[in-house]
Design a protein around this ligand. Structure first.
Ligand SMILES: C[S@@+](CC[C@H](N)C(=O)[O-])C[C@H]1O[C@@H](n2cnc3c(N)ncnc32)[C@H](O)[C@@H]1O
Length: 272
């Protein structure tokens, strides 16, 4: 296991001190970390349980209008808590976060978990219209998730997978070794088709629209990029977004907002 990194401003006092027992990781600074040598039984079990993840059969024959999702500000941060690296969450790490003067409201990986599930489960994805899914973490790491990746359905296994991903920098498929999840270089704009409309979603946008009417007006040759926040508070404000819209007069969860979007696209493209 690679060693942990200290929090900014903290000094390592004594090499015999247990300085690395509870430190926040800085995944962007850690290059490859060998998880196989972990001293944590829990982590080893998760790694052993997930040598690779399966792929889902998708209809990928379509070359018509495609959809890309970008989830911004996702709370996916790992840290060494006790002996093992863990995905930080306000539910599980309240004491650790308080000790490190972190705001628990910033640690909600369940929001990204639900949002990713909703996107991958959608008929948009099953019909082959989901071209890509990117997740940018609060720390600015950019993750690419292949549309045919079959992610764990329980939060516990998802969090184990994220720990692996943020340490190893990719997760491969069982069988062919394809990288189904991987860290990629910023900015996300380099992966977005030029012939696409980049649409941002925010409850605070003054442009309140009916999503079905909105997607209906786009020419089918144009790919649609949907950008949502995967955080609990605040709003997204990305330079590459061309239009910010609100799809309900109520503040919605990211997952529910995504289901409104995918339903609208499915109705427009007559995907049943
Ligand atoms: C949990 S919410 C974030 C909460 C934040 N206070 C807000 O309202 O944007 C997650 C994401 O869902 C999307 N969202 C939530 N309600 C929305 C609405 N009424 N219209 C459009 N997007 C919405 C936004 O992209 C938001 O960043």
């Amino acid at each position: 296991m690679g060693r942990a990194y200290k929090l900014k401003g903290q000094k390592r006092k004594n090499k015999d001190e247990k300085y690395d027992r509870e430190e926040m990781a800085e995944p962007s600074k850690r290059v490859k970390t060998d998880v196989s040598g972990s001293d944590s039984e829990k982590e080893e079990k998760l790694a052993g349980d997930m040598p690779g993840i399966p792929i889902a059969p998708l209809d990928t024959g379509s070359n018509k209008q495609r959809v890309i999702f970008v989830l911004e500000k996702a709370s996916l941060e790992i840290a060494k808590v006790g002996k093992a690296y863990q995905l930080l969450s306000s539910d599980e790490h309240a004491t650790f976060l308080a000790k490190n003067k972190r705001n628990p409201a910033d640690y909600r990986p369940d929001i990204a978990f639900q949002a990713i599930q909703t996107i991958l489960d959608s008929r948009v994805n099953k019909s082959g219209r989901l071209k890509a899914l990117y997740v940018r973490t609060q720390q600015g790491l950019l993750l690419e998730i292949k549309p045919h990746a079959r992610l764990p359905r329980t939060y516990k296994r998802f969090s184990g997978l994220m720990v692996q991903l943020l340490q190893k920098l990719h997760i491969t498929a069982t069988g062919n070794g394809e990288k189904l999840l991987r860290l990629v270089k910023n900015p996300v704009t380099q992966y977005l088709p030029t012939n696409s409309r980049k649409i941002g979603f925010s409850h605070s946008s003054e442009k309140l629209i009916d999503m079905h009417n909105y997607v209906g007006k786009f020419n089918e040759e144009l790919d649609l990029v949907f950008v949502l926040g995967a955080m609990s508070h605040g709003k997204i404000d990305e330079d590459y977004v061309e239009d910010y819209i609100s799809i309900s007069e109520y503040p919605l969860s990211a997952a529910y907002a995504i289901s409104i979007i995918t339903n609208a696209v499915e109705r427009k493209l007559k995907i049943l």
